[in-house]
Design a protein around this ligand. Sequence first.
Ligand SMILES: Nc1ncnc2c1ncn2[C@@H]1O[C@H](COP(=O)(O)OP(=O)(O)O)[C@@H](O)[C@H]1O
Ligand SMILES: O=C(O)c1ccc[n+]([C@@H]2O[C@H](COP(=O)([O-])O)[C@@H](O)[C@H]2O)c1
Ligand SMILES: [Mg+2]
Length: 232
Amino acid sequence: MKLIVGIGGVTNGGKTTLTDSLLRALANCCVIHQDDFYKPQDQIAVGEDGFKQWDVLESLDMAAMLDTVQAWLSSPQKFARAHGVGVQPEASDTHILLLEGFLLYSYKPLVDLHSRRYFLTIPYEECKWRRSTRNYTVPDPPGLFDGHVWPMYWKYRQEMEANGVEVVYLDGMKSREELFREVLEDIQNSLLNCSQEELPAPAPACPARPQGRGHGCGHRTARPAASQPDTV
Ligand SMILES: Nc1ncnc2c1ncn2[C@@H]1O[C@H](COP(=O)(O)OP(=O)(O)O)[C@@H](O)[C@H]1O
Ligand SMILES: O=C(O)c1ccc[n+]([C@@H]2O[C@H](COP(=O)([O-])O)[C@@H](O)[C@H]2O)c1
Ligand SMILES: [Mg+2]
């Protein structure tokens, strides 16, 4: 069984933190980070507002990200080995791929591959504060948050909602531990549901269901994807 789980949502919502915890806890689990697929800096457009457009889909090589997801789908074992993830023989029928990023659900070919889509949210003030403490490879110029980051977040979020993409919203103001427990338990339930149903053979991954909540079984690729011993 293959399960693709998306950890999406607002910048600084806690996506990478949560993903790292899940990766440590889940057996046969790999990760792909969307921000590893940023185009080179000289290909990032400058908008009419004067800001480099880091927070638009066109700044990411989504075709390359999709290729990487397809590589996992065609052989999770091979993908895991190539990324230094140990495959546990006793759990070898189940493979999980975590996709982590702020625009996961805005690229149609990827949206449909998810089995489960989580979406972290935090309020404006908290987001602005957390962002001010971050060091990106390219530092935020003054005014970027209010002039570009926050408006783009809402633009894409509204599009996602208008397109009917089904997500499980997570309150990023909860503690790291609480979020981890909540999502881990939910993924474990999804795995149980999936294994009880057994899928038709050609299905690439356990698909999200239309009424999905609580049911249903989500280019810098060098970042190592790891699984760790204290697994579920
Ligand atoms: N649940 C949480 N509560 C408070 N702060 C958090 C929480 N999760 C993450 N953080 C902090 O918020 C910042 C952004 O977290 P990060 O996981 O990098 O977010 P993202 O990947 O969504 O941008 C970091 O300083 C991190 O330590
Ligand atoms: O990763 C980079 O090279 C990079 C360079 C410039 C900006 N970013 C910011 O990275 C943000 C997405 O990552 P995250 O972890 O904050 O969700 C997005 O809001 C961008 O503005 C990221
Ligand atoms: Mg991150």
